[in-house]
Write a protein that binds this ligand. Sequence first.
Ligand SMILES: [Zn+2]
Length: 370
Amino acid sequence: MGKLMDEVELVQNGNWIGVWGENWVLAGCASCNGVFVLPPEKVSQRCPFCGQAALAQMNPADDRPIYTQPPELVVPFAAAEGQLRASVSQFAKSLWLAPADLNENTLLGRLQPVYLPMWLVDAQVQGEWQAEMGFDYEIVSHREQFQNSGWQTERVKEKRVRWEQRVGRLNRQYDNQAAPAMEEQARVESKIGRFDRQAPKPFHPGDLQGAVVRLPNRPPEDAWNEAVVGLQTAVSQDCRLACEADHSRGFKWSPRFASQQWSQLLLPLYTSYYLDDDNRAQMVLLHGQTGKLYGTKRASMKRAQRVAGVIAAAAAVFLLLTLALMALGFTIAEDALAWAGLVGVLAVGVGGTAVLPLVYAWYINSSAKQ
Ligand SMILES: [Zn+2]
């Protein structure tokens, strides 16, 4: 009986994942510690977030993450294919001496839709507040001016703000206040821009086809402080509207929060990668709504060496020619010495540029490390 109960519990515990997609599995990355839910055919890939390790499948019952509830809302992917292609193409072309793997087709071929988690919290907000409310008004004054040999009166309108101290009491329900559910959220948005959360769609099980979903790694208790900042903005705005004021400043409140309900919103991101000289994946991120791209730039030192080698070889040819002309000049035709000088200068000039590809590749790669 005990064993049967255990098995029943196991099915129930492990079954939470079925809501996300049919046969979906749980997997984790040992490098960035990201945990994902994803279709089974995607589990053998490299981590879609950091690219540094292969994903390892986990048991949804035994390794059940703390936050497994499905999202309430989803911000759909909206960037047009042409937009993505243009971003990727521009990035691939932007780098001289790029590794062979960094090209438009590989990047597009590896494009992976990834949903990032965001917390949404509903809360009942009560408390007292005080603020200075500003009301616009106009004053009209008259100015006398001497013009065209006579005094003229000119009407002058001036805009002013009247500030009044107001206090009030608030008791209101606020829904869907957003707060990051992922430690890396701010870093991602600083690279590709913020997500527009204005038009999310309700989540329906099974409609995240082809995507992988990153689960939250930031507990609601942690994210709550940021949700409160957003709530304060919303509340101060509401108080201003309630006072029919045009401006407000110095908002202070002593809030009490009750019945917080946490749910999730998913944000659309595409990731891709290319392999550098050391076979390390360099990640490329694309905003799922705007197509804006961010990618780490790594030049290929091997290619830089090859280009430097070709330039050095050309310099060597000029040098040999110089020596030949010098030999000719000292023996048969004195005129050749002038030519030897000219070609010698060329040899030194061309030889000097051989270091440029190496310096460029070194510079790009050392600035990419930061
Ligand atoms: Zn990872």
